[in-house]
Design a protein around this ligand. Sequence first.
Ligand SMILES: [Zn+2]
Length: 237
Amino acid sequence: MVKLIVMTLTQRFYTRTFALYALITDETTNFDAGAPYVLVVPMLPVAAVTLLTFTLVATAIKQNKDINTKREDVLSWEDYFMATAVLAAKRSKDPCSQVGACIVNDDKKIVGIGYNGMPTGCSDDDFPWTKKEKHLYVCHAEMNAIVNKNSADIKNCTIYVVLFPCDQCAKIIIQSGLREVVYLSDKHESKETTQAAKRMFDSARITYRQHIPQNRKTEIDFEEINWDATVQRAPSP
Ligand SMILES: [Zn+2]
């Protein structure tokens, strides 16, 4: 929204400046093929400075936080856990499918994180990433999250996964005593492996449900922590 306002204002400013310039130089009466370039080129620095000014003002407005009131626009627990799984997936070197998983206990503590990758000691550079061969070697995210757990017991925990688990991971999830599977995508629902996984989950009474995020995107800004509270506007009385 702020960007839209800035763009509109910049466009208006530019149009008016352009009209003024044309009026002064009387270029409008001699408008041939070369005239637009003669007019536009000198205006570019003006437009750039104007855009920069509006952007800085918009950023200042955006950062004008109320430091005396509790924040409300925080990540929900569900989005937080799924975002953790999505973030873990970004570590995956798989060229086709980057999957992450995050295991959470009843106290809302994360007790395991994993993503799909080659087993320990099997170099990413030596083992194949082709669609045909990688399945022989790659450890799926669910498996890695379970074996990487930092808790002695993950019984009755919930696993958040980017993609619905395959049949092999379903077996490990069941045998580990996990209680619930929360997934983001079920794009392979027609595959035999997914149907087998659901059959096993149903039989083992492991519930599964799709997570719908509150927002499609959650931004990570590594500079946000450097926001300076001294530019904060004085709280209203
Ligand atoms: Zn799997």
